[in-house]
Write a protein that binds this ligand. Sequence first.
Ligand SMILES: [Zn+2]
Length: 147
Amino acid sequence: MQDPELTYYPKDGKRFTEEERKALVKKARPIFLERVSYYAPLMKVAPGRITVRTQKTRWGSCTQDGNLNFNALLLLAPQEVLDSVVVHELCHLKYMNHSKYFYFELKRFYPEYKQAQAWLKENGGSLIKMLPKETLRRKRHRFWLFG
Ligand SMILES: [Zn+2]
């Protein structure tokens, strides 16, 4: 991990304060930019805008126009997990689906993607629970308003 301060897990249901959550996003931004700049030329893709925020439901996403979005909570996961999400989203710049061609590409640039997926399945929920309660409530409310 790049930042030893952040490599802890919440104990007794501890959550980030809003300040800590903002600090996490701020720390995550240059790390995602760095990982994207590392993988994009190798994979011969050119992503658009990179957005980093905390999210309850997604680790990453890719829009039709090639903008990428990453969940800052991945900073608390092992580096391989963060990298695997970066490569996953970059693969969507080639294939906007989860076809066999998509997975062929993902496997080519991130062969251990299944281990990373398993880690997120096992531990992802506890990372999301670290978000301040206010954020969760506000997001649910917003979803309800527009959804
Ligand atoms: Zn995907």
